[in-house]
Design a protein around this ligand. Structure first.
Ligand code: FES
Ligand code: FE2
Length: 359
């Protein structure tokens, strides 16, 4: 049984950072429930294609190699170009025009290598914005990056952007961000929140502005004590597993050492939050019709926005899509026990004491 009703959504997704592949390099990758090969031609361009050779199924990512601007299959030496066309069969005079590798449009932008995925091979439906913060190397720090594997569907992770209530319980924050706006238009969804930050000088007002452009590219800007920008890129590995990559930049303080220590502290905080979210994501079910409080965030608006990225049919015929079954009847509890049984037991003790005193 699948733990998610949702197929893999379409959109632009980060597949690597530029320095992960040298010109001439080949790497097997697995995203969108597909075996893929990522390669870089001798001119430096990045390519992402289906990895299974249409000849007899050799995997181009395992032993394939680049010759100029073509990739050669390790099995019988057929070559394919950057469009996926068969460009050479070394033991034949002819090429096979029907033998074509599915090829994913690939771009370099904002210091990310991104590819467009659509299950039915529709052309890209929007462009990825060029962000000033990632081209202005004087005004902003160097980029700090992190990668985290998350055992949950894209939609479950992304729903966090409208979930204000979980901050107190999952992240144990005293001051909860206050939602000011949630708006959606086409592939763009924006969240505007204000938050108070405690500093030695007292409370300082800050803002957290999130802009989601499709399922794979989110820009999160923090303004206040410091200005930072965070690119959050979720790339589905399968319909219920994602790779999340972060790229952070801090508005420059003028010297690289300060930038890097502020940036690292900030990254540590955000990473800590993800680590706290992980056990929730791993073990949560998907509730088709959630029972909400009147003060809960705009979950239904978020879900309507999210649904536009599914090109394949799916049913919401179960009330709950549960997590994967555990391997034993007594799985080890996992998660942050900040609000532990002991606080509840203390509560019970109070009640008992009250009862005994006749109150
Ligand atoms: S399987 Fe790729 S060349 Fe034969
Ligand atoms: Fe969270």
């Amino acid at each position: 049984m699948s733990r998610t009703p949702f197929p893999v959504p379409f959109g632009w997704y980060q597949i690597c950072w530029p320095d992960e592949l040298e010109p001439g390099g080949v790497a097997p990758v697995y995203y969108w429930e597909r075996d893929l090969v990522m390669w870089r031609d001798d001119e430096g361009a990045y390519h992402l294609q289906d990895a299974i050779c249409p000849h007899l199924g050799g995997h181009l990512g395992h032993g394939g190699h680049v010759e100029n601007c073509e990739i050669m299959c390790p099995f019988h030496g057929w070559k394919f170009d950057g469009t996926g066309a068969n460009s050479e069969i070394p033991y034949s005079e002819r090429v096979n025009r029907a033998a074509k590798l599915r090829t994913y449009p690939t771009i370099e932008r904002n210091g990310l290598i991104m590819s467009w995925y659509h299950p039915f091979e529709a052309e890209p439906m929007w462009e990825v914005l060029d962000l000033e913060e990632f081209s202005d190397d004087e005004g902003w720090s160097e980029t700090i990056t992190r990668t985290i594997q998350i055992p949950a569907a894209w939609q479950e992770i992304a729903e966090n952007s409208v979930d204000i209530a979980h901050f107190r319980y999952v992240h144990n924050t005293d001051v909860v961000p206050e939602a000011r706006a949630y708006e959606t238009e086409g592939h763009h969804a924006l969240v505007r929140t204000v938050q108070k930050f405690v500093t030695p000088q007292g409370m300082v007002d800050g803002e957290i502005n999130i802009d989601n452009y499709g399922p794979g590219f989110s820009v999160i800007r923090f303004h206040g004590i410091i200005d930072t920008v965070l690119l959050g890129c979720n790339t589905p590995v399968t319909s219920d597993q994602c790779e999340q990559r972060f790229s952070f930049r801090v508005k420059s303080f003028g010297d690289a050492a300060t930038n890097s220590s502020v940036g690292e502290a900030f990254v540590a905080e955000v990473t800590q939050q993800i680590i706290e979210d992980l056990p929730i994501w791993k073990h949560k079910g998907h509730v088709t019709r959630p029972a909400l409080a009147d003060t809960d965030g705009p979950y239904l608006k978020f879900r309507k926005w999210a649904s536009q990225f599914y090109a394949e049919d799916f049913d919401l015929d179960q009330a709950v899509y549960p997590p994967d079954p555990p391997t034993s009847s007594r799985p080890e509890p996992e998660g942050f026990q900040k609000h532990t049984a002991s606080s509840r037991i203390k509560g019970e003790d109070t009640i008992r004491a009250d009862m005994m005193s006749g109150a």
